[in-house]
Write a protein that binds this ligand. Structure first.
Ligand code: HEM
Length: 562
């Protein structure tokens, strides 16, 4: 050993690692995202060469260009002919074998135009307005049920990642895919296996309870692979690595063709493309893989990420509680601030330049959404969490032809869950240290211990425009007409004008128990006129926007039906 080396080690702390190594190493992210290193690179070398050193038992790779600026990321993603998703697929690491590459290329995510456009069109057409409206209704119901279960009483502690965030994406996906709810934890285990391949805590996840599953699940489980001698599961980005997922997808497609439901996948299977062709079984199976992973893991990390943003910014919690109309812009900011999917990869088809940097044909080009979403050329004070930020042109869902197909559903889930959360609590804070996923792809949260205190307000009120006000108390729900002269409902801290609400809107608002809604509540319960009104609003077809559970609850409570 040279004396220099010896001196260097004994004389002080180890030399800092180069930023290029820090941002690549999956282990870095267990301590958090290295924002400082990303900012230094973005300023000094915005298209940086990253050596792929050997990590976590993987051999060295050829290296890649990391694109850090917002404008350059957009430019790469809108030129699929030059920056291909197909040539080397879309993950930083090359697939292990040519066969493995051939296999992942069958997935829409890893296709280029024009093949990509055919599947994209078929899928986009399957998300009909009716299907999406139905999904949104279901999402709100799921969010409410999860919060009913987790936020009982005057306060407590929970693991937000496991107890709150894990189930909503699964329930939503079960609706999209037409998977029976009792099988949904299979989706959880599969996406853990794929995403958690870099993290031993996730790689052999087995949360699904076979005793509760359908016969389809039992057939799939029979071919579930076992961990090898080193405890590692077979590579989940090969067909052999996920035989149980494909067995299930195959059975599900058969079932949906036999007995179509009103789920998106049944609609997709029944569709024909321009040449009269239908989605093949192989295409369906690959799409199932894509949805099971893309629709689950992303949200399941995005929801705790958003919760962390609120915990670390109590003022934002307060503002959201005071003014729920801030929720849409808050959701965009939560997404930007956390950015659950950190990178995606393309391969250069020809020699070219990005931001003045020469790129050779065949080079890997990796876009950093995490860096682009903190680019101060686009976002003023980018590290600040600002729930009123406008405009907010973040790239969380990508950009260009592969723009996330689930963006709308992802936003709907975040909005539904945090609307419930801020309405039910007066405070959420850390109850312990969160644990983060070892991955340079997903910004993942494995555990998020939170402490919460229930809202001091005790009465929930649904208000709709037009002639009715519905007031829910702890034990019953009253309906009453709004007198013509009532223009606004006094909801603390601000009055809400009745005419600000859409015709079919139900706004969940909170008022203190002793608070009065003017004269509109003075009508005695059981009055024949009230009964007529309650039955009227209880017919979902006639009042499509009205919250079904609220209405059914009203009927049961007021008329003693349940
Ligand atoms: C916060 C949650 C989510 C994030 C951050 C996210 C992120 C992304 C990103 C960055 C892409 C682009 C990939 C590329 O350019 O190569 C993408 C594509 C995709 N996402 Fe999402 N996603 C989320 C939720 C969902 C959900 C809920 C679904 C399904 C229900 C979904 C389905 C898809 C699909 C199918 C694609 C491929 C689109 C294509 O190749 O044309 N995602 N997503």
């Amino acid at each position: 050993m040279s004396s220099d080396a010896g001196l260097g080690r004994d004389a002080g702390p180890p030399l800092p690692r180069p930023d290029t190594e820090v941002v690549f190493d999956p282990a870095t992210y267990t301590e958090g995202v290295p924002f400082d290193a990303l900012a230094r690179l973005r300023d000094a070398i915005p298209v940086a060469w990253i050596p792929e050193v050997a990590v976590l038992g993987w051999p060295e790779g050829p290296g890649f260009w990391l694109v850090l600026r917002h404008g350059d990321v957009e430019s790469v993603l809108t030129r699929p002919k030059l920056f291909s998703s197909w040539l080397g697929a879309t993950q930083i690491r090359d697939p292990a074998t040519p066969q493995a590459l051939g296999y992942v290329r069958r997935m829409m995510l890893n296709m280029d135009p024009p093949e990509h456009a055919r599947l994209r069109r078929l899928l986009s057409r399957s998300f009909t307005p009716r299907a999406v409206a139905r999904l949104e209704d279901r999402i709100r119901g799921h969010a409410r049920a999860i919060c009913d279960r987790c936020f009982k009483g005057s306060g407590g502690e929970a693991d937000f990642a496991k107890d709150v965030a894990a189930d909503l994406p699964l329930l939503t996906l079960a609706d999209v895919l037409g998977v029976p709810e009792e099988d949904r934890w299979l989706l959880f285990d599969w996406s853990n296996r794929v995403i958690g391949y870099q993290d031993p805590d996730y790689a052999s996840s087995a949360e699904f309870d076979p005793a509760r599953g359908t016969p389809m699940a039992a057939e799939a489980l029979a071919v579930r692979p076992a961990p090898g001698s080193e405890g590692r599961m077979p590579d989940p980005r090969t067909r052999e690595g996920m035989p149980d997922l494909y067995a299930y997808a195959h059975l599900l497609a058969q079932e949906k063709r036999r007995r179509p439901g009103d789920d998106v996948m049944s609609i997709l299977l029944a569709q024909s493309d321009e040449n009269g062709g239908q989605v093949s079984v192989a295409e369906f199976e690959n799409m199932f893989w894509l949805f099971a992973v893309a629709g689950n893991e992303t949200l399941r990390n995005g929801l705790p990420g958003a919760c962390i943003a609120l915990i670390e910014h109590p003022q934002a919690q307060e503002e959201l509680r005071a003014d729920p109309t801030l929720m849409p812009s808050a959701v965009e900011e939560m997404l930007r601030w956390w950015t659950p999917v950190m990178t995606f990869r393309r391969t250069a088809a020809n020699d070219c330049q990005i931001g003045g940097q020469l790129i050779r044909a065949g080079d890997k080009v990796v876009v950093s959404f995490t860096s682009a979403n903190r680019d101060d050329k686009v976002f003023a004070d980018p590290d600040r969490f600002d729930i009123r930020r406008h405009p907010n042109p973040h790239l969380v869902f990508g950009y260009g032809p592969h723009f996330c197909l689930g963006a709308h559903l992802a936003r709907a889930q975040m909005s539904a869950l945090f609307t419930e959360l801020v309405a039910r609590t007066s405070r959420i804070s850390y109850a312990g240290r969160p644990a983060f996923l070892r991955s340079n792809f997903q910004r993942g949260v494995k555990r998020l211990p939170i402490a919460w205190t229930a809202a001091k307000l005790t009465k929930r009120v649904g208000v709709r425009a037009g002639p009715l006000v519905a007031v829910q108390r702890a034990d019953r729900l009253d309906f009453a007409p709004v007198e013509p002269e009532v223009e606004q409902v006094d909801v603390l801290p601000d009055p809400v004008r009745v005419d600000r609400l859409g015709e079919h809107d139900v706004a969940a608002l909170k008022v203190p128990a002793q608070h009065h809604l003017g004269r509109s509540l003075s009508r005695p319960a059981g009055d024949r006129r009230d009964r007529g009104i309650a039955q009227d609003v209880a017919t979902p077809e006639r009042r499509p926007g009205l919250d079904r559970d609220l209405v059914l609850g009203a009927e049961a409570a007021q008329f003693g039906l349940g």
